[in-house]
Design a binder for this molecule. Structure first.
Ligand SMILES: *Cc1c(COP(=O)(O)O)cnc(C)c1O
Length: 790
C-alpha cells in the first residue's frame, strides 16, 4: 500500500462518497474520506480471515460484553496497517493538518471505564494474534455522558458520538433477530414453549477490527433495537401522531443509552432488557453460524467458546439451555453440560454492592421461561451437592455471579490477588465444590494504542534502540534494560518525557487556562471517581502539602502538578462531592502566590480514552491508591508504568504484579495489605484514632471543615468529612500517614533526576508482560482451547 494508493482512495471517497472536491473539503470531509479509504484496506484481510476460519473449520471465540470503550479508531487502524507516514505526507501535500483530521473523529465511549476498555484492548489483541473471534455488544445511541464542571460541580450532558457519520460500521439489516420479553410459558413435559408478550428486532452493525501489521481482522458486532412494526398507520390516520410513533420509541430505548454506572445495580427493568437483548441476539447469531457449517448441536463446544465479560450477559446460561433443550429437543442435563462447556465467565469485582442480583419477580415477569430454567439449574446443582448450602437464588433474588459460575466451565479473576480473594471470599463455597474452575488471567493493555500511537516520541526512541519488534512482542522491551547505563539513552528518554509534558502543559493552558510548570513532577490520578479508588485521600494529601509549603515555603520543595480526571456516576452523591472538593481546592491553591510555583491542581473534565492518550505519556507519577482488596486489577496502572511513570500504590489488584516485575526499588509502596485492611475495619473508631494520631491529617480535615475551600459555605463538605471521621470504610485515615510519607519519598527521588530517569526506564523496560496479547494467549490456552491461525 503506497502513499499514492492512499491518496487515490481518499480522493475517490471525497468525491464519490461525500460529493466534495478537495478545494472545498472541510476537516470532517477529510476525516470521513480517509476513514473510508482506510476501511477499504481492511476489507480484504477481513474477508481472508473469515475464509481461513471457515476453510480450516476452526473454533471461534465470542466475547460478550455490555461495554466496549473503543475511543477513536482511525489512528489505530492506520498504525496497525503501517500507513502512518503515508497518511501524514498526503495531508502535508494538501496543506491540511493531519492532527486536526484525527481529532475530528468522535470518541466512541460505549463503556464506563476499565471493564469496557479491557474489552476494547482484547479486540485489538485477538486480531493481532489471528484468533478467530467476534465481539458482541450493544450499539448505544448515546455512550457515556459528557462531563462538564459548573462552579466546580459535575454536570452531565448527553453524548452524541453517532450524530456525525460513523465511518467504520457496516449495517446488516439482513442479520436481524426478533427478541421477546414477558408473555406466557406453555409446559409440555420437561420442555416448554415460550410465547413472549412483546418483542423487538435486534439489528447487527459490524465494525472490522484490524490487528497489528494488518494481517487479520475480526468483527465487532453491535446490536441496535428497532420495533417489529415501524409505526402504527391506523393511529396515525386518526390523527394520533405521537401515539402512532410510540412503539418505535419504546423499542429503540433498549439501545438508547449506556448505563452510567458499572459498580451498582440499577434495579431497572430496562437494564435487564438490555442484557437479555444483546445476549439473546448474539446466541442466535452464534447458533446460526454454527448450523451453517455443522449439524450436531452436541458438538457446539468443539467450535464455540463464549466469554462472559462480567455477569451482564449471565442470562446466556439459561438462554443457551433454552435454545438447546426447548427449541432443539436436547435432554435438559445434556443441554446444561453443552452450555457449560461453551461458556466461561470473567469476574470483575468482589464488592457485594456491585454484584448483580435480579429479583425473581422481575426476572420472572420479563423472562418467565428463564426463571423456571434457573430454578431447575439451581435445584439440580443443589441435589448434586447435598451437603452444601450454596444456592443461586437467595432472599427472592437471582445472584448472577453464582449463576455464571455454575454455568461456566472456567471462571477467571483479573489479577493474581483478585483471583485469590475470589477463591477465599465470594466464591469460597463454589470453589470447594469445583476446585479447578477458577483460573487467573491478569489483565493487560494493547501496546499499539497505549505506547506506539499515544507516545510517538518514546516509541521512536525504542525503535531506534532495539528495533520495532516490541510492538507485536512487548516483552522485548526488556532489551532496553542494558541501555539504562547509557547516559545518551537516558538523556533521550528524559527528553521524550519532557516534550510530552511540555505539550500537555500547553494543552492545559489552552483548555483550562492554568499555567503549569513542565519541569514540575506531573502527578496523575485518572480513573472513575469512587471511594474505593480514594481520590479523596489524594486531595487530602494535596491540602496537607499546600499547608506544609505555606508554613515553610523555602524548604526546598519538589514542584508538583496534581492532575485529576474521571467521571462520577450521576447518582453517586459522595463521588460528586469529591469532584467538587478537588475543584474547590484547585481554585484556591492555584491562586495562592505563596505556593503557586510549587503546587498546582488541575481537574481535566470529561475523562475518556482520547484524554487518557494525552495524559499518560506525560505522567511522572501514577496514583494507584485504592484500598487493598478493592481494585480487581486496574489497567490504568499498566498503561502508566509502560509509559515510564513511577507508581505510588497499594498492594492491590495488578499493582502487586507490577511491583514484582518492575522491582520493589522502582515503586513507591505504602498502606495496609488486604488482610490488614479487613482487620483494621473491625477496630472500633479506627478513623477517629487515625486522625488523632496524625496532626497532618487532622489539620487538612480541619481546613475543609472550616470552609477554607468553600468560603461562606463551610457546610459544603460536611458529608465527606463525617464519612471520613465516623465510618471511613475505605480506610483513607488509616492509610494516610503512610501515603504522605511515601509521597515525600517520591519528592526526594524526583530531585535526584538521574535516579528518577533510571527508575522510569526500568518501569518501561519491565512492563512488557502487561500486554493484552499475553492476556489473550492465556485465555486461548487455559479457557477457550483455540489456536492462532498463522
Ligand atoms: C484504562 C482506562 C480506564 C481504567 O482505568 P483504571 O485506572 O484501571 O480504573 C478507565 N477509563 C479509561 C478511559 C481508560 O482508558
Amino acid at each position: 500500500m503506497t502513499k499514492a494508493g492512499l491518496r487515490q482512495g481518499m480522493l475517490h471517497h471525497l468525491k464519490y462518497s461525500l460529493g466534495k472536491d478537495p478545494a472545498h473539503a472541510q476537516v470532517r470531509d477529510w476525516r470521513v474520506a480517509l476513514s473510508l479509504a482506510v476501511r477499504d484496506r481492511i476489507v480484504d484481510p477481513w474477508f481472508a480471515a473469515t475464509r481461513a476460519t471457515y476453510g480450516g473449520r476452526h473454533k471461534r471465540v465470542y466475547y460478550l460484553s455490555m461495554e466496549f470503550l473503543i475511543g477513536r479508531l482511525l489512528e489505530d487502524a492506520i498504525v496497525n496497517l503501517g500507513l502512518l507516514d503515508e497518511a501524514e505526507e498526503v495531508f502535508r501535500e494538501y496543506d491540511v493538518s493531519f492532527g486536526d483530521v484525527l481529532a475530528n473523529e468522535p470518541d466512541a465511549a460505549l463503556g464506563n471505564g476499565g471493564l469496557g476498555r479491557l474489552a476494547a484492548c482484547f479486540l485489538d489483541s485477538l486480531s493481532t494474534l489471528a484468533c478467530p473471534a467476534y465481539g458482541y455488544g450493544i450499539r448505544y445511541e448515546h455512550g457515556l455522558f459528557r462531563q462538564r464542571f459548573v462552579d466546580g460541580r459535575q454536570v452531565e450532558e448527553p453524548e452524541t458520538w453517532l450524530s456525525d457519520t460513523h465511518a467504520w460500521e457496516f449495517q446488516r439489516p439482513e442479520a436481524a433477530f426478533e427478541i421477546g420479553f414477558g408473555g406466557e410459558v406453555a409446559e409440555t413435559g420437561s420442555r416448554a414453549l415460550w410465547q413472549p408478550g412483546e418483542s423487538v428486532i435486534a439489528e447487527a452493525h459490524d465494525t472490522p477490527i484490524i490487528g497489528w501489521r494488518g494481517n487479520w481482522a475480526n468483527t465487532l458486532r453491535l446490536w441496535s433495537a428497532r420495533p417489529t412494526r415501524l409505526f402504527d398507520l391506523e393511529r396515525f390516520n386518526r390523527g394520533e401522531f405521537a401515539a402512532a410513533a410510540e412503539p418505535e420509541a419504546l423499542a429503540r430505548t433498549i439501545s438508547r443509552v449506556l448505563y452510567p454506572d458499572d459498580t451498582t445495580e440499577q434495579g431497572k427493568a430496562l437494564r435487564l432488557k438490555q442484557e437479555y437483548f444483546f445476549t439473546a441476539a448474539s446466541l442466535r447469531d452464534i447458533l446460526r453460524r454454527f448450523r451453517s457449517e455443522y449439524d450436531d448441536l452436541r458438538k457446539l463446544p468443539l467450535k464455540v467458546a463464549i466469554q462472559l465479560n462480567d455477569t451482564h450477559p449471565a442470562i446466556a446460561g439459561p438462554e443457551l439451555v433454552r435454545l438447546l433443550h426447548d427449541e432443539n429437543g436436547i435432554d435438559f442435563d445434556d443441554a446444561v453440560a453443552i452450555a457449560r462447556a461453551c461458556l466461561s465467565y470473567t469476574n470483575h469485582t468482589l464488592m457485594p454492592e456491585a454484584l448483580e442480583r435480579w429479583s425473581e419477580a422481575l426476572l420472572g415477569s420479563l423472562l418467565p421461561r428463564h426463571m423456571k430454567l434457573i430454578e431447575r439449574i439451581d435445584d439440580t446443582h443443589a441435589r448434586q451437592h447435598p451437603d452444601r448450602k450454596m444456592r443461586i437464588r437467595e432472599d427472592g433474588d437471582v445472584r448472577m455471579g453464582e449463576l455464571s459460575f455454575v454455568m461456566a466451565h472456567k471462571v477467571n479473576g483479573v489479577s493474581a490477588l483478585h483471583t485469590d480473594l475470589m477463591r477465599q471470599t465470594v466464591f469460597a463455597e463454589l470453589n470447594r465444590l469445583h476446585p479447578d474452575r477458577i483460573v487467573n488471567e491478569t489483565n493487560g493493555v494493547t501496546p499499539r494504542r497505549w505506547l506506539l500511537s499515544c507516545n510517538p516520541r518514546l516509541s521512536a526512541l525504542i525503535d531506534r534502540t532495539i528495533g520495532n519488534d516490541w510492538v507485536g512482542d512487548l516483552e522485548r522491551l526488556s532489551e532496553l534494560e542494558p541501555h539504562v547505563e547509557d547516559s545518551g539513552f537516558r538523556a533521550d528518554f528524559a527528553a521524550a518525557k519532557a516534550e510530552n509534558k511540555a505539550e500537555l502543559a500547553r494543552f492545559i493552558l489552552e483548555t483550562e487556562n492554568i499555567a503549569v510548570d513542565p519541569e514540575a513532577m506531573f502527578d496523575i490520578q485518572i480513573k472513575r471517581i469512587h471511594e474505593y479508588k480514594r481520590q479523596h485521600m489524594n486531595i487530602l494529601e494535596t491540602i496537607a502539602l499546600w499547608q506544609a509549603i505555606r508554613d515553610n515555603p523555602d524548604a526546598g520543595w519538589t514542584p508538583r502538578v496534581k492532575i485529576f480526571a474521571g467521571k462520577a456516576a450521576p447518582g453517586y452523591v459522595l463521588a460528586k462531592k469529591i469532584i467538587h472538593l478537588i475543584n474547590d481546592v484547585a481554585r484556591l491553591v492555584n491562586s495562592d502566590p505563596v505556593t503557586s510555583s510549587l503546587l498546582k491542581v488541575v481537574f481535566m473534565p470529561n475523562y475518556n480514552v482520547t484524554l487518557a492518550e494525552r495524559l499518560i505519556p506525560a505522567a511522572d507519577l501514577s496514583e494507584q491508591i485504592s484500598t487493598a482488596g478493592k481494585e480487581a486489577s486496574g489497567t490504568g496502572n499498566m498503561k502508566l508504568a509502560l509509559n515510564g511513570a513511577l507508581t505510588i500504590g497499594t498492594r492491590d489488584g495488578a499493582n502487586v504484579e507490577i511491583r514484582e516485575r518492575v522491582g520493589a526499588e522502582n515503586f513507591f509502596l505504602f498502606g495496609m495489605t488486604a488482610p490488614e485492611a479487613v482487620a483494621r475495619r473491625a477496630v472500633p473508631d479506627h478513623a477517629t484514632r487515625a486522625i488523632e494520631a496524625s496532626p497532618v491529617l487532622a489539620r487538612a480535615i480541619a481546613a475543609i471543615e472550616a470552609g477554607v475551600f468553600s468560603p461562606g459555605d463551610p457546610e459544603r463538605y460536611r458529608d465527606v468529612v463525617e464519612n471520613l471521621r465516623w465510618s471511613d470504610y475505605f480506610l483513607v485515615c488509616s492509610d494516610f500517614d503512610s501515603y504522605y510519607a511515601s509521597q515525600r519519598e517520591a519528592d526526594a527521588v524526583f530531585m535526584d533526576r538521574d535516579r528518577w530517569i533510571r527508575m522510569s526506564v526500568r518501569n518501561t523496560a519491565r512492563s512488557g508482560w502487561f500486554s493484552s496479547d499475553r492476556t489473550i494467549r492465556g485465555y486461548m490456552n487455559d479457557i477457550w482451547g483455540v489456536q492462532s491461525i498463522v
